[in-house]
Design a protein around this ligand. Structure first.
Ligand SMILES: NC(=O)c1ccc[n+]([C@@H]2O[C@H](COP(=O)([O-])OP(=O)(O)OC[C@H]3O[C@@H](n4cnc5c(N)ncnc54)[C@H](O)[C@@H]3O)[C@@H](O)[C@H]2O)c1
Length: 406
């Protein structure tokens, strides 16, 4: 089980450059990505697994002042009450979590379970959103105080929402705050209520989903006021990861890509959520910006997502790329990606917790564009090319001030 990857450095168990411990608050804590991240973190801490898949443990980020795995404490919100243990068992059955890993960490899951609270469910919650924000922020503040945490990073890994309709209040913090006090006004989607609560609690926020989250001018104003960092959106784990690595190859070799068509088949909670065309619009929008940005607006790039329940977390993406070379000769590339979605996503969630905590500690305020490496639709930058994103990430993270402002 403890296979060492050549790029994986063995980080010290505690770094002298951090004021650990640090909290990781997962919104959607009982879902597949969250449960895989929680189980994986406990396995790392128990020495049952190495950190393959975690970018923060590679040589690329060897000088970044990061909290150690043992210094991360997990809590979170969800709107269902499925015990973590049951969810982890279902992930064993579907081949996401190896059975010996769950057997080794099962005894530690109740510790995390004690830190989980009921989230905001827009379908059932009555009363003003201002009260919801106070309740969610209060849960996070209580978690921080109870565990003596230096800071908490809130990461949204809840179900993808439909795109939010724009409202004038989204552009102005005072107007938004007034709208939240009105019991009849649902002025924000759930992901943005969570971002608001995270900022109110003085936490950094990361959106691993394509939902609206912190991407509203009013919420950026709040992040600036509270002096906290944020990042997103939509983790880049599969087809889009490949595209951002391979599209620059065509342009750097002066090959003209005519079309790049993609089909995605997946099941699990994410597949079921994306079956609703309103939710799928958010995902398609975050995925579809990449190719025009890398190849130009004239590329034809149809994209489909289908829910195939029996696939569970085992996702297949087929891409067909048609391109033109010297003298207009036509060629094509076809590729099939077979990935286990939560296996790819979970280590990145842990990476983002460490990096966002380090940014917060170093006094970074507002969008962290250097974390664009992790996202399909990076906030604060139009750079999508994976190699450039990796360079920017390394230069930034290795240069962070490990002694911080607090
Ligand atoms: N797995 C990947 O590779 C990957 C990549 C990029 C983005 N994502 C995104 O990550 C998210 C999670 O994916 P998953 O496979 O874990 O999905 P999932 O359906 O297994 O889990 C989502 C969890 O969010 C909870 N939830 C729903 N609404 C909530 C709310 N308002 N507040 C708190 N919790 C809420 C659900 O109860 C569920 O437990 C999705 O939005 C997905 O698009 C996943």
């Amino acid at each position: 089980m403890t296979v060492t990857h050549p790029e994986t450095s063995h980080a010290p168990t505690s770094s002298p450059d951090t004021d650990a411990p640090v909290g990781l608050w997962l919104n959607g804590a009982r879902g597949s990505v969250a449960t895989t991240a929680i189980t994986g973190l406990l396995a790392l801490r128990a020495g049952m697994a190495d950190s393959t898949g975690c970018v923060t443990d590679t040589r690329m980020l060897r000088d970044a002042p990061l909290a150690s795995w043992t210094d991360l404490v997990v809590g979170g919100h969800d709107i269902v009450d499925t015990p973590l243990e049951k969810k982890a068992e279902s992930l064993v059955d579907s081949g996401v979590i190896p059975a010996p890993v769950l057997a080794a960490v099962r005894g530690s899951l109740p510790e995390v379970e004690q830190n989980l609270r009921t989230g905001y469910d827009a379908r059932t919650e009555t009363g003003p959103l201002a009260e919801v924000v106070e309740r969610l922020a209060g849960d996070i503040e209580e978690f921080r105080a109870r565990h003596g945490l230096s800071r908490v990073v809130v990461i949204n890994v809840s179900s993808t929402e439909p795109p939010a309709d724009h409202r004038p209040e989204h552009d102005d913090l005072d107007a938004l705050t007034r709208a939240l006090a009105d019991p009849d006004d649902k002025a924000l989607p759930a992901s943005s209520v969570v971002a608001y609560a995270a900022f109110r609690a003085g936490c950094g926020f990361v959106d691993f989903t394509p939902s609206t989250g912190a991407r509203l001018p009013a919420l950026e104003m709040l992040a600036q006021r509270e002096r906290v960092p944020f990042a997103g959106s939509d983790g880049k784990t599969g087809e889009t990861l490949l595209r951002t690595a391979l599209a620059p190859m065509f342009t750097s070799r002066a090959l003209h890509v005519l079309s790049w068509a993609g089909v995605n088949l997946l099941g699990g909670g994410d597949g079921a959520t994306l079956e609703d065309p309103r939710n799928a619009r958010s995902k398609l929008s975050s995925k579809s910006g990449v190719l025009p940005a890398l190849l130009g607006e004239d590329v034809t790039a149809p994209l489909h997502i289908d829910n195939v329940p029996d696939l569970g977390d085992h996702k297949t993406a087929w891409d067909h790329v048609s391109f033109e070379g010297f003298l207009g000769v036509r060629m094509s590339m076809q590729l099939t990606w077979s990935g286990v979605d939560s296996t790819l996503a979970a280590p990145l969630v842990l990476d983002l917790a460490r990096l966002t905590a380090a940014a917060h500690r170093a006094g970074h305020v507002g969008p962290i564009e250097e974390l664009g490496f992790f996202f399909k639709d990076p906030i604060g930058t139009d750079e999508h090319a994976l190699a450039e994103q990796a360079q920017a990430l390394a230069a930034w993270a290795n240069g962070l001030d490990g002694h911080g402002d607090s």
